[in-house]
Ligand binder design. Structure first.
Ligand code: SF4
Length: 170
């Protein structure tokens, strides 16, 4: 893990979430989980942020807003996809208006699995994103993150469900 030299300023966008992920993310900011111990600051203006936390599944209506929030952030910047909805659409995957994961609209640096992820997993994602942000600040290449193995809820297509079961029992 790289050492980080600056505190992340985080902007959060609820991209059609059920609010489950958002409640857990708010818990991270509470004294119990205390993500501020890593210097994180929750801000309301994307122009002030270098870390974007997204919850929920992206759809035709809010894709434009998500892209707009992302483009307002100065570079270098990192994107955390919190929860299975941001990876694949989650429980909403396959709905007529859902585009799928948010990586269909903006680049993602860290995926955090879970429905919702626990605050500990979210904080782990923030720390991983800090390392990616530091790499970007140094001008280093950053890898495209692998999606979590468990990104589909039933009814998943049979082939994907078989792969999901195989991964779950590996
Ligand atoms: S991953 Fe689960 S908790 Fe989070 S927004 Fe989707 S359905 Fe809600």
């Amino acid at each position: 893990m790289n050492l980080v030299s600056n505190s992340p300023w985080i902007v959060h966008y609820n991209c059609n979430s059920c609010n489950g992920c958002d409640i857990e993310f708010v818990a991270c900011l509470s004294p119990l989980y205390d993500v501020e111990r890593f210097g994180a600051l929750h801000v309301g203006n994307p122009k002030h942020a270098d870390m974007l936390v997204v919850t929920g599944s992206v759809n035709h209506r809010n894709a434009r807003v998500l892209r707009n929030v992302y483009e307002q952030m100065p570079s270098p910047k990192v994107v955390l996809a919190m929860g299975v909805c941001t990876s694949s659409g989650g429980v909403f995957a396959g709905c007529y208006n859902i585009l799928g994961g948010i990586d269909t609209v903006i680049p993602v640096d860290v995926f955090v699995p879970g429905c919702p992820p626990r605050p500990e997993a979210m904080i782990d994602g923030v720390v991983k994103a800090l390392a990616v942000l530091e790499d970007k600040r140094r001008g280093a290449e950053t890898a495209t993150p692998a999606k979590p193995a468990l990104t589909f809820f039933p009814p998943a297509p049979p082939a994907q469900e078989a792969a999901r079961q195989e991964a779950a029992h590996a």
